[in-house]
Design a protein around this ligand. Structure first.
Ligand SMILES: NC(=O)c1ccc[n+]([C@@H]2O[C@H](COP(=O)([O-])OP(=O)(O)OC[C@H]3O[C@@H](n4cnc5c(N)ncnc54)[C@H](OP(=O)(O)O)[C@@H]3O)[C@@H](O)[C@H]2O)c1
Length: 333
């Protein structure tokens, strides 16, 4: 199997190389693709050096599977043409709501792989991926009616440039120097910004709509959701506070055991100082952690909980590679 990664030098691309190494996928040839400025740069995979090639001159027929992780504009420009020569797994938001493109989290809706019309599969938004992996086992058992989400999202969700800017702003702030934000609308160091992606007409942001619409497409269009997405000065991992209302009655004990047994989930909920998982602890881990599980005593059949996951892994690289594993399984019958 030959594999290509467009955007190999980015946050998600580099994480994908790590995941492909760990999972030991049967790769014959690997093609690493980025912009002209990175062409010729060397990246290491399985202790071997690979030279990055320029997207403008790359031949998409070289690989059976091509991951796109270079942003929506690049996917828009290249993916449909590339899909005539290679199966595309796209990390950008460009195709996610396209009816002819399956949007997949392998632990939630693997059967969507059988509905491949354009030879393109979309990977969800990072906040959506960790959300649906937690909602799925609860929805199967108790029928989710409504979810209220507040996110606490790390700067790596925006790419490598915002990560560098957070570090730079933190140093400038500690030195009492003037800060000018480039990748954020306000200072991010020692702050929280209730705004991710662009505003739409009704006051919500596109990130908030992505969470709502993608969850409906992956899990169940009947679930009502509302979200507030906030950027916080953390480098990696997104956290979410969830209020979930069920149609059916539940017990906290059953919720804990369902989540603990769900693939990709791990409950860590000790109801004591430090008895929960924070973004720093989730970094580099494949699991989505669930903590602070408690009954919402103000509403029937409702709970509150806290979830946290490495956005570059579950929300991007790991999920994309797991989609590739599904494809390989399907091809091998
Ligand atoms: N970060 C997350 O948590 C996350 C989660 C889910 C989905 N995604 C999506 O994944 C994609 C990549 O995100 P990221 O965080 O990895 O971004 P990033 O760190 O900024 O990396 C961007 C990558 O795209 C390449 N690129 C940019 N412009 C290009 C061009 N004109 N031609 C060829 N390559 C080009 C860059 O190559 P150079 O180094 O040569 O510039 C780099 O490899 C985005 O669509 C994002 O929405 C990200």
């Amino acid at each position: 199997m030959n594999i290509a990664i467009v955007g190999a030098t980015g946050n998600v691309g580099r994480k994908m190389l790590e995941v492909l190494e760990q999972k030991k996928l049967p790769i014959d040839q690997l093609y690493l693709v980025a912009s002209a400025k990175s062409a010729g740069q060397k990246l290491i995979f399985n202790s071997k050096e690979y030279e990055v090639c320029n997207l403008e001159t790359y031949d998409f027929s070289k690989a059976e599977i091509t991951f796109f992780a270079a942003g929506g504009k690049i996917s828009e420009r290249y993916a449909e043409k590339a899909a005539k020569l290679s199966t595309i797994i796209d990390n950008s938001s460009f195709f996610r709501m396209d009816k002819a493109v399956p949007l997949i989290v392998p632990q939630v809706n693997p059967e969507a792989i059988n509905d491949l019309k354009k030879n393109i599969i979309a990977n969800p938004n990072c906040s959506t991926a960790q959300l649906v992996i937690v909602l799925k086992p609860l929805h199967d058992e108790f029928d989710i009616k409504r979810v209220v989400i507040s996110t606490y999202q790390s700067v790596s969700g925006g790419g490598k440039a915002p990560m560098e800017e957070l570090i730079e702003q933190t140093k400038l702030s500690l030195d009492n120097k003037k800060i000018k934000s480039k990748n954020f609308t306000k200072q991010i160091a020692f702050n929280a910004i209730p705004h991710i992606d662009v505003f739409v007409d009704d006051g919500y942001t596109k990130e908030e709509l992505k969470m709502v619409n993608e969850t409906k497409k992956i899990l169940d269009k009947k679930i009502e959701l509302t979200a507030t997405c906030v950027r916080i000065p953390v480098l990696v991992s997104h956290a979410e506070s969830l209020n979930i209302e069920f149609e059916k009655s539940f017990s906290l004990e059953k919720i804990r055991s369902l989540l603990n047994n769900a693939v990709g989930c791990e409950v860590y909920d000790k109801r004591e100082d430090g008895g929960y998982i924070t973004p720093l602890e989730a970094e580099g881990k494949n699991e989505t952690y669930i903590s602070r599980i408690r009954e919402d005593k103000t509403k029937k059949n409702s709970i509150n909980l806290w979830i946290v996951s490495d956005n570059l892994l579950r929300g991007a690289a790991l999920n994309a590679v797991e989609i590739a594993e599904l494809l390989i399984k399907k091809k091998n019958g």
